[in-house]
Design a protein around this ligand. Structure first.
Ligand SMILES: [Zn+2]
Length: 360
């Protein structure tokens, strides 16, 4: 069982970890280390991490827990003669949110070098350029070098270097607020690990296996590969850092507000959630007095979009921990919502039986 301090430290550590899509190694290294006491860990060539509970007995239905390990970031496209870096987005960014922010660029030695996302200063803009968000092709990452030679020889940065926001996670205990990057989906990764710890030593009616999947932000590529190895699963419970909408949405439409519990989606553009599984989980939350929010999402897309279509169909529920301003440098989430998410996942694993499963 994690103490409150353990949880805060784990969320901070995972938030700070550098892991844009395709480069999740740091995240899965941390997770494998944490899970090592209660699970057997292995990795595949897509950078998916598999965690198998040591208490699993075999011959029972399998609950699959998933969270994605990657975060939205950038990649160096070219080194300009003036020493600045041309770059592309990795995952879904609003380009208006990108200029003037600090980033870190991984060099050849694995050192993360700080830089600034630069756009043309206002003094040099034409009237037409002012007030418009620049395109990625008009932005640069400036690491303070003056020539391409300096970038390559002194900073040891090459084309294709991965880039992440340069943000250090902070927890405000008085107000229960995390402020940091990559809570989509690192807060979900922490919740998954916490769930496995809380279940340690328990005798369950189902076995529990988990994945931290790679490359979700570029189209659920890790989950597509993991689904082959996990096709024996009977259901899947996915953790997400989901986009909070409570700061810009009329009250009646809010589906993911901070401190209202995890969001369970009935529908998004990639999945119609199995209504029987979803109902059972919602009823379970009510019975256990766990706050949840229900959503019918006009957008959205998660690993569940891939997983629910595998084999003979794997019913999925997505437990979304609300995060304000995901896919930008800074977000807010709370320990309160995290706790509710973990309690719900633990309750699912404790209460699900082969008989209930047959009804989904
Ligand atoms: Zn996500």
């Amino acid at each position: 069982m994690f103490t409150k301090e353990d949880k805060i430290r784990l969320i901070e550590t995972l938030s700070n970890a550098n892991g844009p899509s395709g480069f999740e190694d740091e995240v899965i290294g941390i997770a494998a280390g944490v899970a090592g006491d209660v699970c057997d860990a292995s990795r595949d060539r897509m950078n998916n991490l598999y965690l198998k509970r040591r208490d699993n007995g075999g011959g029972r239905p399998v609950i699959w827990l998933d969270a994605h390990s990657d975060e939205v970031g950038f990649i160096v496209q070219a080194i300009r003669p003036n020493g600045t870096l041309a770059f592309l987005p990795v995952g879904g960014w609003n380009n208006a949110n990108v200029p003037s922010s600090k980033v870190r660029v991984r060099n050849e030695d694995g050192v993360w070098v700080p830089g600034i996302v630069a756009a043309k200063p206002v003094h040099f803009m034409s009237a037409a350029e002012r007030g418009k968000a620049p395109e990625f092709s008009d932005m640069s990452i400036d690491i303070g070098a003056c020539s391409a030679k300096e970038v390559e020889e002194k900073f040891r940065i090459r084309v294709a270097a991965p880039v992440v926001p340069d943000v250090a996670c902070e927890y405000d205990d008085e107000h229960d607020l995390f402020l940091g990057k990559a809570f989509d989906c690192r807060v979900g990764c922490a919740a998954l690990l916490d769930t496995l710890y809380r279940l340690a030593g328990e005798d369950l009616a189902c076995d529990v296996e988990a994945t931290l999947t790679s490359q979700e932000e570029v189209g659920e590529r890790g989950a597509s590969a993991a689904a082959g190895r996990m096709k024996h699963a009977d259901v899947c419970v996915l953790f997400e850092g989901c986009p909070a909408d409570d700061t810009f949405t009329p009250d009646y439409l809010i589906q993911a507000g901070l401190r209202r519990g995890p969001m369970l989606r009935h529908f998004d553009v990639c999945m119609i959630t199995n209504p029987r599984f979803q109902r059972w989980v919602l009823d379970l939350a009510k019975e256990k007095d766990i706050p949840v929010q229900e959503a019918v999402r006009a957008g959205g897309g998660t690993n569940a979009g891939i997983i629910h279509k595998q084999e003979y169909g794997i019913p999925c529920v997505v437990i979304g921990i609300p995060v304000r301003y995901i896919h930008s440098h800074h977000g807010y989430c709370t320990l309160e919502d995290y706790e509710s998410a973990v309690r719900l996942a633990v309750a699912i694993c404790e209460d699900l039986t082969a008989e209930k499963l047959a009804e989904f």
